[in-house]
Design a protein around this ligand. Structure first.
Ligand code: URA
Ligand code: SF4
Length: 204
């Protein structure tokens, strides 16, 4: 019988990680260098989700450490969000060759890992980065150009907030009013305000 992704019911991120690191369930296993499990605070109230590892992530096994990661760090530091306080993961854990968009089937096969991560971390707010992650988690909302900067409810519980992908900002350097960068700096302020208020009312 073919092995399938049965990651649900895993009791901790530490128990899940070695399973993911040795996963060969989809074709991306053949071309990856390292699996990128995700990293950060296992009890984070804020979870950022990207599309999949790029080249530097594939080489290092860490999420968002290449050029897009540096851009993400800039966005986060503008509102004083520390990477150590949040959790950062991806829809697929292995790099799609040439940074192509992961296929539907690759995302389907890998998704139970992310579902387990969400179930274990129990974030209050999920920030999806870019259209791929946003549409994967929320197939019924408008594309990222319209949906970014708005709060949605994911599976009737956790709030989900789409933002532009940092790579998109790298390709569109303008900071003029209405540019993706300008809008992203507004969006991250919304995230910061929401999470500050959440922490204040929950005493965390
Ligand atoms: N782009 C992503 O979507 N995720 C990463 O981890 C790096 C680049
Ligand atoms: Fe396994 Fe996901 Fe990597 Fe595919 S992308 S091999 S499902 S960990």
């Amino acid at each position: 019988m073919q092995e399938t992704n049965q990651s649900s019911g895993v009791l901790s991120l530490d128990a899940l990680e070695p399973r993911v690191l040795s996963c060969t369930l989809c074709p991306l296993a053949q071309t990856r260098t390292n699996v990128v499990f995700g990293e950060g605070n296992p009890f984070a109230d804020l979870l950022f989700i990207g599309e999949g590892p790029g080249e530097v992530e594939d080489q290092t096994g860490r999420p968002f450490v290449g050029p897009a990661g540096q851009k993400l760090d800039e966005v986060l530091s503008s509102v004083n969000i520390q990477r150590a306080d949040i959790y950062i993961g991806n829809v697929v854990k292995c790099r799609p060759p040439g940074n192509r968009v992961p296929s539907r089937s690759e995302m389907e096969i890998c998704f139970p890992y992310l579902e387990s991560q969400i179930a274990l971390i129990k974030p209050a707010l999920i920030v999806t980065l870019g259209n791929t992650a946003t549409q994967w988690l929320m197939p019924d909302i408008p594309g990222i150009t319209k949906s970014h900067g708005n709060f949605f409810s994911w599976r009737g519980g956790i709030l989900l907030f789409p933002m532009f992908h940092p790579s998109y900002l790298l390709r569109n350097p303008s900071r003029e009013k209405g540019s993706p960068k300008y809008l992203t700096w507004l969006d991250i302020q919304k995230v910061s305000k929401w999470i500050d208020e959440y922490r204040r009312t929950n005493n965390t």
